[in-house]
Design a protein around this ligand. Structure first.
Ligand code: S3P
Length: 442
């Protein structure tokens, strides 16, 4: 499907973006491992999370959808999943693939995992290696990619694993495997990554300890072989999804929008801090807690933004927001520099290359230097046609840019937006954007 975004004026209004993707995946998976029935409201019903739901069903878990976003999950207990008859097709969802591998490592049967062309390109070695060390057998395609086969085992070996990348997916896979091992399993990460797994596990009765290390980084440990208690909660709105309207409003002087119940976990808010440093006025209206996470309504007021220099250490707290932040930088006055972006190359697409190519096609001066990207901001011409490359965030970023440029921007393959943000165009248009599907050409 092709979509087009046309230039818009100031954005106004209030909206709640769909539930957080990371929390939604974890809510389903951890509920499946609890003993008894969990009830989740506000679940993101995007393609990625539905892939997790389908996989859990194939593994013998009963999931009932009572109403839009309202799901009940009958947990089978850790180690209680059943061998799936079919290949588990995880579509576009890296989080589903990597976290499920952690769970499957602790089950003594064989599963086959695959996904779409984007997921089949993504590196799995970062989770495969520690899970092998814990005792799972995993056979992958060259480059340790999907499709792969995993034969887990009942009672894994607890390990101490030092991850080279600050990745919440790696950390979570090891912690979930650690649930199926006696004693203490530890994962060391070089910088703090999102901690939803740790929060949720604690809320369900697990003992999870975090220790800051003198040499930098942190060690996260879990005590295994415990019973998780079921939970009822509401999933907060996704700060990564909310960042698209936030950018559109921030760069348009005169805009004022309210984004409700956004997850404000400090491991997720780095990009909002950068946008504020660029000159946007961002305030939190009512701060409270939801599902063990800090949430709040964000008020974003637009202004003329200025360039920014973002150091590599900020990356984990804003990893999914870079594409939209690059759009803000393209519209800001001056030369912005974003450092240490290697991880962007292994997301749903090579986001570093795709964003630089697309921005250049829209008339923006920018260049990749090593793992850094610089962008010379100013009025943007637009007027390009961009291929989403099976990457929802590439699609949404360029549709946001189309609203801010002089000429419309078209995005091919925009159906990929449904992986994380169903209703994106309607929500944006409700605030004053002008995004619409184009008729399929005959
Ligand atoms: C996620 C972690 C991040 C992020 C992804 C979701 C998660 O990936 O990019 O969209 O839910 O744990 P990495 O762990 O690979 O950095």
């Amino acid at each position: 499907m092709e979509m087009m975004a046309e230039p818009h004026g100031a954005l106004k209004g209030r909206a709640r973006v769909p539930g957080d993707k990371s929390i939604s995946h974890r809510a389903l998976m951890l509920a499946a491992l609890a003993v008894g029935e969990s009830r989740i409201e506000g679940l993101l019903e995007g393609e990625d999370v539905l892939a997790t739901a389908r996989a859990l069903r194939a593994l013998g878990v009963a999931l009932v959808r009572d109403a839009p976003g309202v799901w009940r999950v009958h947990g089978v207990g850790t180690g209680g999943l059943a061998e799936p008859e079919e290949v588990l097709d995880l579509g576009n969802a890296g989080t589903a693939a990597r976290l499920l591998l952690g769970i499957l490592a602790g089950h003594g049967f064989t599963s086959f995992l695959s996904g779409d062309a984007s997921l089949r390109r993504r590196p799995m070695g970062r989770v495969v290696r520690p899970l092998r060390e814990m005792g799972a057998q995993i056979l992958c395609r060259s480059g340790e990619r999907l499709p792969l086969a995993i034969t887990g085992r009942f009672r894994l070996l607890p390990i101490v694993w030092r991850s080279e990348v600050a990745s919440a997916q790696v950390k979570s896979a090891i912690l979930l495997a650690g649930l199926h091992a006696p004693g203490k399993t530890t994962v060391i990460e070089p910088l703090p990554s999102r901690d939803h797994t740790e929060r949720m596990l604690r809320g369900m009765g697990a003992s999870v300890a975090v220790e800051a290390l003198p040499e930098g980084g942190q060690a996260i440990s879990i005590e295994g072989e415990i019973e998780l208690s079921p939970q009822s909660f509401t999933v907060p709105a996704d700060p990564s999804s909310a960042f698209f309207p936030a950018v559109a409003a921030a760069v348009t002087p005169g805009s004022e929008i309210l984004l409700e119940e956004v997850c404000l976990n400090p491991t997720r808010t780095g990009a909002y801090e950068v946008l504020a440093a660029m000159g946007a006025e961002i305030t939190v209206v009512d701060r409270r807690e939801l599902a063990g996470e800090p949430v709040g309504t964000l008020r974003v007021r637009g202004d003329a933004l200025k360039a920014v220099d973002v150091p590599a250490e900020r990356a984990p707290s804003m990893i999914d927001e870079y594409p939209a932040l690059f759009v803000a930088a393209a519209c800001a006055r001056g030369k912005s520099r974003f450092r240490g972006l290697a991880e962007l190359r292994v997301k749903e697409s090579d986001r570093l290359a795709k964003m630089a190519e697309g921005l250049a096609a829209c008339g923006v001066r920018c260049a990749i230097e090593g793992d850094d990207l610089w962008i010379e901001g100013g009025p943007v011409r637009g007027g390009a046609e961009i291929d989403a490359a099976l990457d929802h965030r590439i699609a949404m970023s360029f549709l946001v840019l189309g609203g801010l440029a002089r000429l419309p921007v078209r995005v091919r393959g925009a159906e990929t937006i449904a992986t994380s943000f169903p209703g994106f165009a309607d929500l944006m248009n409700g605030l004053g954007a002008r995004i619409r599907p184009l008729e399929a050409s005959a």
